[in-house]
Every structure is written in C-alpha cells, then in structure tokens.
Design a protein around this ligand. Sequence first.
Ligand SMILES: NC(=O)c1ccc[n+]([C@@H]2O[C@H](COP(=O)([O-])OP(=O)(O)OC[C@H]3O[C@@H](n4cnc5c(N)ncnc54)[C@H](O)[C@@H]3O)[C@@H](O)[C@H]2O)c1
Length: 255
Amino acid sequence: MRLHGRSALITGAGSGIGRATAELFASEGASVAILDRDASAAGAAASAISATGAEAHPVVADVSQPDEISAAVDRSAQLLGRLDIVYNNAGVGSTGSVQDTTEEDWDRCFAVNVKGTYLTSRAAIPHLEAAGGGSIINQASVAALVGIRGFAAYCAAKGAVVSLTRAMAIDLAPTGIRVNVLCPGTVYTPLMEPLMRERGGGSIERGLEITAAKYPIGRIGTPMEIANAALFLASDDAGFVTGAAFTVDGGMTAQ
Ligand SMILES: NC(=O)c1ccc[n+]([C@@H]2O[C@H](COP(=O)([O-])OP(=O)(O)OC[C@H]3O[C@@H](n4cnc5c(N)ncnc54)[C@H](O)[C@@H]3O)[C@@H](O)[C@H]2O)c1
C-alpha cells in the first residue's frame, strides 16, 4: 500500500496507460479522480475501480480548455478531500513530417500535450501546496528523446513537455512538490491503433511485429509497465527524485 491515504488526479484515465495507472494507484491505497474528456470512458474506469472497494470519481473535462480544466481540478480536490499526486497523462498523437502536418494538427497536438499539462498543473499546484507538497508526473514519450520518422509535431510537443518538467521541478522544489516526466516507448493502446495499421500495411498485427523488432528486448511495453514507473515517481520511494526524465522503453533509446 505505497499510496495509502493519498489522493491522485490522473488525466486521460479513461483508457490505456492512464486507466492502468488509476487501477494500480487505487490498489496501492490511493483515492483517485479519473479525469477524461470522454465521459463514458471515465465513468467505466471509475465504476470498475469502485467495484474493488477503492474510492474513484469520474471527472469530465478537456485538459486544453482553461476554464473547464480549472473547474475540474478544483472539483477533483473537493471530491477527494485533498490532492497529493497529479499525473498529466492525457495526450493525443499527430502524424506527418513538417510538410505533411497541418496547422490544425500542430495546434491540437500542442494544445493537449503541452498546454494541457501547463493548465492542469497551474490549477493543481495550490491544492498540492495545501497538502504540504506532492508529486506531479508528466507524460512525454521516447519521441521527446529521439527523432521518429513522420511524427514532427508529436516529437516537438513531447520534447516541450520534458523541458517544461525541468522548469517546473526547479520552480516548485521549495514547495515540496516533485515534478518528473515519463518517456515511455511503444505501448499498445487505442492511441497506437492507426499507426500500427499504417505501419503494417493495413494489418495491426504486422504493424506490432515491425514495431517490436525496433526494441532491444524484442517486444513493446504494456500499460501496467508504465503505470509501475508512475507509481515509483508518485510514492515516497522517489523522495529525492525531481526534474528527472525517466525512460521506460525496453532499451529503445539506448541503441
Ligand atoms: N501508447 C503509447 O505507445 C505511448 C507511448 C509514449 C507516450 N504515450 C503517451 O501516453 C499518454 C496516454 O496514451 P495512451 O496510449 O494510454 O492513449 P489512449 O488513447 O489509450 O488514452 C488517452 C486518453 O486521454 C483522453 N484524452 C485525450 N485528449 C484529452 C483531452 N484533451 N482532455 C482530457 N482527456 C483527453 C482520451 O479520451 C483517452 O481516454 C499520452 O500522453 C501519450 O502521448 C503513449
């Protein structure tokens, strides 16, 4: 029970990595707010966690909308009674080189991945300070660390999330709030379906095989393997860890 008595807000927790993390945090004793723009996904995740006896609340908001996310963070803190942990996990993909990326795609990618992280953190910091400190975990990607063909906006946005994390860690260190960023390699979730289909020439299975071959350990990751890294960063085990970019990628960026 490494998060016993803690309260955690996880964005994008209706699916994939965010949902796995909400389940893991709850099983480690945390009360969780499941924030997602998809109301039915947030509701389903919260119901599944509540059925285990843990406390979970669905909260619906788009992290890129300032008023919406600010109200949703305040509501989460109110429902949970306090806020100790924030996982800025909500994100969207974007494919294409600079020539192929439309301005709309570029803006959407930055609005959710970068501005959403800023807006959610801005709203959450007063609650974390009121709790005497805490842990913010941002979600980047290996795309922040190496160039990936046909992912210009996504690489740029995730790189910005890593830089933002370092700046936040310095600014917030005196308050007792630690800020770190995860850089996961490929994990099969709904986000990855279009890419896997394209890479596999129409076959998701073939796309997954091609992708796995890029990983030194011979496979892609699971949502729970990223959740386990988030658990470490959220817990007191990471008490001396702030400003770190934590790669969880089966050796992909070590090559
Ligand atoms: N899957 C991977 O291989 C992988 C690798 C590295 C990083 N990531 C990052 O991990 C995070 C989660 O990805 P996933 O694969 O679990 O994706 P996913 O699509 O399974 O889940 C993302 C969730 O975020 C929600 N969401 C999207 N935009 C939102 C918004 N504006 N406001 C609120 N909620 C929003 C979606 O409704 C969805 O429930 C993303 O930031 C992604 O970039 C994923």
